[in-house]
Design a protein around this ligand. Structure first.
Ligand code: ZN
Length: 133
């Protein structure tokens, strides 16, 4: 499963960071996930839960924030996809097709390049250390 290998990587990064800071417990892990990353956030959360069993991240809240794809146009425009428009385009069967339909530059109207939206970033990790107690 695609999500499991991603969850492994995230888990290792979280544990490495937590150990570097002398954590006794991991409280929150917040991820930012591009909408085009083809990753299921529920499955990812589930895999993370399984991996973190009996570790200091066992009770961590695993939060996934979805971020819209970013666009870049040859006219110099950069921005993100208008997510309101995506919702209006609900006649499209696939979310990706809906995105494709609105990926034109709002300034000049030409098709814009997708420059982001596939990323998966650990935004923040909240830990408990012995010093705080
Ligand atoms: Zn443009």
């Amino acid at each position: 499963m695609h999500e499991f290998s991603i969850a492994c990587e995230i888990f290792e990064q979280v544990m490495t960071t937590a150990k570097e800071h002398g954590a006794t417990e991991v409280k929150h892990v917040t991820l930012q996930m591009g909408r085009l990353s083809h990753t299921n956030p529920e499955q990812l959360s589930f895999c993370f839960k399984v991996l973190s069993e009996e570790s200091i991240a066992e009770n961590a809240d695993f939060i996934v924030e979805m971020i819209p794809p970013s666009l870049e146009c040859e006219c110099g425009y950069t921005g993100t996809v208008d997510e309101e428009k995506i919702r209006e385009n609900c006649e499209f069967k696939s979310e990706l097709l809906a995105y494709a339909a609105v990926m034109e530059c709002p300034i000049c109207g030409k098709p814009a390049q997708i420059t982001g939206g596939r990323e998966l970033i650990i935004k923040s990790i909240e830990i408990e250390t012995e010093d705080q107690n």
